[in-house]
Design a protein around this ligand. Structure first.
Ligand SMILES: Nc1ncnc2c1ncn2[C@@H]1O[C@H](COP(=O)(O)OP(=O)(O)OP(=O)(O)O)[C@@H](O)[C@H]1O
Length: 294
């Protein structure tokens, strides 16, 4: 069963085309990271899944229904980029208030434990740090035990420790067989917390797979070595080389054929090459290659 289905979806704001012919389906039970640079169309896509925005063209389905129906049935939980809490209510009161709106909510203490809020249950919402308030928003999003959980840049205001705790809570929820889609710019978060990474740029999908598949698909390698004060002229003409970077006497050659590049570096130049190292493209390089404006 598909939890999410975008079929040839476009969304324009006036003459800005924010989402451009998006086709994406997500099987129930999967955790998907929607990764993309600023303005790629992530929030617009999430808001269409919630029925907050209507597509200009195409069809959006959530759990086999229209977004409005799925939301009305309490099947979708969301943590959006903003959302004020009621400052006078305690954390416990806030979460309990929300869970009572749903037909079959999770147990209150279970929610507080999952969102790592048990120690803050009596704190008034107005006294929370921004990272703590984000954990309350997460608790509110899972309170109704939704089949589909949507998280739009959930860790934006969190420090390292809060992030780790947050992702542990998210994985706990996903492990119950629920579908989770989260939007992020953080490559590492996408890599570590999803089953599938969908990279979007300019409103469309530019790569889709596990983080390992995306890295392999870009296929490039990097040859690093110490150049010191020797001249760098000619490095860009070596076989396979697509880009040359020199920083503080250290050279990095991006290449499509590391063997040919290294062979030519030793045989075809008179450079004294030291500390040579070959590395696969990491997700960051893959992301930059995929989303570069051309
Ligand atoms: N209400 C709006 N009116 C006009 N243009 C908009 C509106 N909302 C978004 N846009 C534009 O649509 C494009 C996609 O925006 P969107 O917020 O979906 O991207 P995003 O991937 O979520 O970006 P970010 O990572 O910065 O949150 C951008 O060019 C943005 O400027």
């Amino acid at each position: 069963m598909e939890a999410i289905a975008f079929t040839d979806v476009s969304k324009s704001y006036g003459d800005v085309l924010a989402v451009d012919g998006l086709d994406l389906s997500v099987r129930a039970g999967t955790t998907v990271a929607l990764l993309g640079p600023n303005g790629a169309g992530k929030s617009t896509s999430v808001n269409m899944l919630l029925g907050l925005l209507r597509p200009t063209r195409g069809r959006v389905e959530v759990l086999g229904r229209s977004p409005d129906e799925a939301v009305a049935r309490g099947e979708v939980g969301a943590m959006l980029q903003s959302g004020e809490l009621i400052p006078e209510l305690t954390v416990r009161e806030t979460v309990d208030f929300v869970r009572r709106l749903y037909p079959d909510p999770l147990d209150l203490d279970e929610i507080l434990a999952m969102a790592d809020l048990a120690g803050l249950a009596k704190r008034r919402a107005g006294k929370l740090s921004e990272g703590q308030a984000q954990r309350v928003r997460f608790a509110m999003a899972v309170a109704g035990a939704p089949e589909l959980l949507l998280l739009d840049e959930p860790t934006a205001a969190m420090d390292v420790e809060s992030r780790l705790r947050f992702w542990a809570g998210m994985r706990d929820y996903a492990a119950r067989g629920r579908t989770v889609l989260f939007a992020t710019h953080y490559l590492q978060e996408a890599d570590e917390n999803s089953d599938r990474v969908v990279v979007i740029a300019r409103g469309g999908v530019v790569a889709d797979g596990t983080a390992a598949e995306i890295k392999a698909g870009v296929g490039g390698q990097a040859v690093h070595f110490t150049l010191g004060r020797q001249p760098a002229a000619g490095l860009d003409a070596l076989p396979g080389v697509t880009a040359v970077g020199i920083q503080a006497g250290a050279a990095t050659l991006q290449t499509t054929d590391a063997d040919a590049t290294v062979a030519a570096l030793y045989r075809g130049t008179s450079l004294e090459v030291r500390d040579l190292r070959i590395a696969g493209a990491d997700l960051e390089e893959a992301f930059l290659t995929l989303t570069r404006e051309s």
